[in-house]
Design a protein around this ligand. Structure first.
Ligand SMILES: C[S@@+](CC[C@H](N)C(=O)[O-])C[C@H]1O[C@@H](n2cnc3c(N)ncnc32)[C@H](O)[C@@H]1O
Length: 217
């Protein structure tokens, strides 16, 4: 989620001037996608990143079982639940509790993935998603290292619970371990894709690594 920055305005600055500076001209991506998410009744604009991935790769199908790691505030969850339909199953995991109403084929687990009991999770998933992001420090190297740790854990979970042929989508902040992560995904999946959604900020180091066709254990 984007940090909110506040600028102290000189006394004579009017509210109208302040509003002019902080509107679409400065953060058009934020306004457009946030407003669209509101209209489409999703809690966050991140939904459009998964929508772009879905349109390109057709990963989630009716009746599928999907695990969504880092699911709060719940946009990917709701979108995935729509795609699977009520005959599917979607399980979300996040550190933060969710405050949204969810359909009955959807389950939420409030937990830290680093201490998640993988054995207690259901098995035979078709798709594992991870949009997990560490709390950012502003130090790109530290943030990338923390993101890599989350991705390693997401991949480990995926490899324990995916059905052969299954898919994996994982957000990573590109840093020095990026290629290491690509190699690990390449080793476990028949195909590897790297995708930067249009709805992701150009300046952001985030990118999605997609593994298709899980080779199985
Ligand atoms: C960008 S948000 C995900 C947005 C979500 N895909 C959506 O569409 O609503 C990243 C999430 O990762 C979660 N997260 C970060 N570290 C985590 C961890 N160790 N275990 C579980 N969730 C984590 C954060 O709490 C945060 O909610």
């Amino acid at each position: 989620m984007q940090p909110v920055t506040r600028t102290v305005q000189p006394h004579r600055d009017t509210r109208a001037n302040f509003m002019k500076r902080s509107t679409a001209k400065h953060k058009p991506w934020r306004d457009h996608y946030s407003q669209q998410a509101k209209k489409d009744r999703f809690p966050a604009r991140s939904v459009y990143k998964l929508e772009e991935i879905q349109k390109k790769q057709r990963l989630i199908k009716k009746g599928d079982k999907v695990l969504d790691l880092g699911c709060a505030p719940g946009s990917w969850l709701l979108y995935a639940a729509k795609l699977t339909g009520p005959k599917g199953r979607v399980i979300g995991v996040d550190l933060k509790p969710l405050s949204i109403q969810v359909p009955s084929h959807l389950k939420i687990i409030t937990a830290d993935v680093f201490s998640l009991d993988i054995e207690s999770l259901e098995k035979d998933f078709n798709v594992v998603l991870s949009d997990m992001a560490p709390a950012t420090t502003g130090h790109k190297g530290v943030d990338a290292d923390r993101s890599y740790n989350l991705c390693e854990t997401a991949l480990e979970i995926a490899q324990r619970i995916l059905l052969p042929g299954g898919s994996f989508v994982c957000k990573i902040f590109q840093g020095s371990d990026f290629n290491l992560f690509l190699d690990a995904v390449r080793a476990g999946f028949k195909e590897l894709k790297i995708f930067k959604p249009q709805s992701s900020r150009k300046a952001s180091k985030e990118i999605y690594v997609i593994g298709l066709g899980f080779k199985g254990n």
